[in-house]
Ligand binder design. Structure first.
Ligand code: SAH
Length: 346
């Protein structure tokens, strides 16, 4: 399929994986085609969501992890890092900071840490809901249906669990502790339990050519998600995937985000932190090709450096206040308005 350079919109129904591959490869080498694709995604975002951006403050509350995912800097066999856990009081304190700053949501993210059982997390969620009223999102990996039901009953609103790649073979090769089918079943449980569900993939994993990125975009769309979180794969030196290159054409990362917006007009799509590790203005660029959500890191400064899933993580030395202030400055410079609402899914 040729991507047209005129103002004619792309027909989403025609975007088969084969056509998506063609769009990605054209965006890789033709700046005009790439620009038209991003502009179309930006228009759809503006039409559906306007210029309002919802802010989700991320609290990275533990870097303990029992899993050994081949790409991840906090994998259990990385003995070079100092492990930490925030206490319930510290997590609540940080959530109160989020509230004071104007975040509508807190995202609690960690490794797969067995210390934070469903009852422990439930107690934390109850306290956050009671004392801040903020929307709460969990991003703590695969859990049993029973645990997810308990967390939902405690007041958890949303859950983020990326499928990482739609290639079952690749997924199983890079996740020694989790099967692809298990992760997809967990996404299904989350949906049935009434969570607002977010998922997505890493763009540009090793052994994932453009055709695979196209299949990942199509798979994401089939999942009919309320939230879509994707970011570039970045090789961490302390992992078996150390030294693996980024994609030859940077524009492919952004084109993938634009296509996700075009195919999923109503999904909440964040501009994820890893884009700033790819390019200094990476997150601004994603905000301009479809994203309507920004997720500043509000983890206390002393822990941030210890939570490095990938190299080049930005703002490791600043605190939540500074990150939030810079977020507002960036969004204002892009002509966007910061919302303090929860920003629930449709
Ligand atoms: N342990 C939880 C949440 C933390 S990991 C879970 O597994 O769901 C959050 C996301 O970071 C992962 O889903 C993965 O997509 C991303 N990530 C991890 N390592 C990365 C790397 N090297 N490059 C880019 N993204 C990475």
């Amino acid at each position: 399929m040729m991507l047209n350079h005129s103002t004619d919109p792309i027909d989403p129904a025609k975007l088969t994986p084969c056509a998506l591959t063609e769009v990605l490869s054209q965006a890789a080498t033709d700046p005009a085609a790439f620009g038209a694709l991003c502009a179309e995604a930006d228009q759809i975002r503006a039409r559906v969501f306007g210029d309002t951006v919802h802010i989700r403050g991320i609290i990275e509350f533990s870097n303990h992890c029992r899993n050994d995912c081949l790409y991840c800097g906090i994998r259990c066999s990385n003995s070079a890092i100092t492990r930490y856990r925030m206490s319930a009081d510290e997590i609540l304190e940080t959530a109160l900071t989020a509230k004071r700053l104007g975040c509508g949501t807190v995202v609690l993210q960690s490794g797969e840490d067995p210390f934070f059982t469903a009852p422990v997390l439930s107690a934390i969620i109850c306290r956050i809901k009671n004392e801040t009223g903020l929307a709460v999102t969990l991003s703590v990996g695969v859990r049993t249906r029973g645990e997810l039901a308990e967390l939902k009953a405690a007041g958890c609103d949303r859950y983020l669990l990326r499928f990482e790649t739609s290639s079952e073979t690749l997924f199983n090769a890079i996740h020694p502790d989790c099967a692809f089918a298990e992760r997809i079943a967990c996404l299904q449980d989350l949906r049935e339990l009434g969570y607002q569900v977010g998922s997505g993939f890493m763009i540009g994993l090793p052994d994932a050519p453009l055709e695979q990125i196209a299949r990942d975009i199509a798979f994401t769309t089939q999942l009919n998600l309320q939230m879509i979180g994707c970011g570039p794969f970045l090789a961490h030196p302390g992992t078996p995937l150390a030294g693996k290159p980024t994609l030859e054409h940077r524009s492919v990362y952004y084109a993938a985000m634009a296509l996700l917006r075009i195919l999923n007009p109503h999904a909440h799509i964040p501009s994820t932190t890893a884009f700033d590790a790819l390019d200094p203005d990476g997150r601004d660029r994603v905000m301009q090709c479809g994203a309507n959500i920004f997720m500043p890191n509000i983890t206390p400064a002393k822990y941030r450096r210890l939570y490095q899933l990938y190299p080049g993580k930005p703002s490791v030395d600043e605190g939540g206040d500074a990150s939030f202030r810079r977020t507002c400055e960036r969004l204002t410079a892009l002509g966007r308005t910061v919302s303090t609402e929860a920003g629930h899914a449709f």
